[in-house]
Design a protein around this ligand. Structure first.
Ligand code: ADP
Length: 260
């Protein structure tokens, strides 16, 4: 077999992971998964060993965004799973394991159990970072995850729009309550710049990420534009960062990733 960056001593559990970082959002659809992927790819570019755990049991997007939705993690003992490799990182997701419509109607305890299995029964190799793409919101699953998993910190993704900010603040409050350090806020869809004339439009209002960062005394790690390439690359399961090379967007993700 081909030797990869992840060959070697894959032991069970989370002990060999240096930083477990939760990527959370209050509201769905603000670009949490897109941000998770691109932060992970930015960390890979920095030379880190990176994994993604897709904890969004009810709406797993990572398999499509990594371009391998039809793959399945291998298993030698029918219990432990070998995470999938794509774009220089490893990942596991409920999306690789059961049809989307099945998981979508699980009750809370089933979903929590699936999450525990993904975490503990995946043969995560030695990693510098495991990014956890959290389910949106601040319900039972999120709280359990934040409490039971030794998360080193959390990143909160929001758009600048009031309805998203209000929920982002709830996510920050939840992490504060369970004493998980909030590493910062990433404002996604901050603006759109016209590809024809260069005009910058703040479609979802302006300055919201900055405002809640001040209020909660956390860093604003980045302001990511609403950009057609971000959408296209994630839809196609391709790596924007490695294929596009240096760009303002790759620098913005790189800057945010270095703060993790
Ligand atoms: P969430 O994980 O918060 O539900 P997603 O990451 O799935 O959100 O993003 C929702 C949709 O918005 C997706 O179709 C994604 O491609 C798109 N999207 C997210 N961020 C951006 C961005 N910065 N520019 C363009 N499209 C984006």
């Amino acid at each position: 077999t081909q030797k990869t960056a992840f060959s070697g001593d894959a032991r069970r559990g989370l002990r060999q992971i240096r930083n477990l970082v939760a990527v959370a959002s209050g509201k769905g659809g603000v670009g949490k998964s897109t941000t998770t992927i691109n932060l992970a790819l930015a960390l890979v570019q920095e030379g880190a060993r990176v994994g993604i755990l897709d904890a969004d049991i009810y709406g797993p997007s990572i398999p499509i965004m990594l371009g391998n939705p039809d793959k399945q993690p291998g298993s030698e003992d029918n219990k432990h799973m070998q995470p999938l490799e794509a774009h220089g990182l490893v990942a596991n997701s409920i999306g690789y394991l059961v049809p989307a419509d099945d998981a979508a109607i699980w009750r809370g305890p089933m979903a929590s159990k699936a999450l525990q299995q993904l975490l503990n029964e995946t043969l995560w190799p030695e990693l510098d970072y495991l990014l956890i793409d959290m389910p949106p919101g601040t319900g039972d699953i999120q709280l359990t995850l934040a409490q039971q998993v030794p998360v080193s910190g959390a990143v909160v993704v929001t758009t600048p729009q009031n309805v998203a900010l209000a929920d982002a603040q709830k996510a920050i409050a939840m992490f504060n309550k369970v004493q998980v350090p909030v590493l910062g806020v990433i404002e996604n869809m901050s603006y759109h710049q016209c590809t024809q004339c260069g005009y910058k439009e703040h479609l979802f209002a302006q300055g919201g990420g900055q405002r809640i960062s001040h209020q909660h005394k956390v860093d604003l790690l980045g302001e990511i534009p609403l950009d057609i390439h971000i959408r296209e690359y994630t839809d196609l399961g391709k790596s924007l960062l490695s294929e596009q090379g240096d760009s303002p967007i790759s620098r913005a993700y790189g800057h945010a990733a270095r703060a993790l």
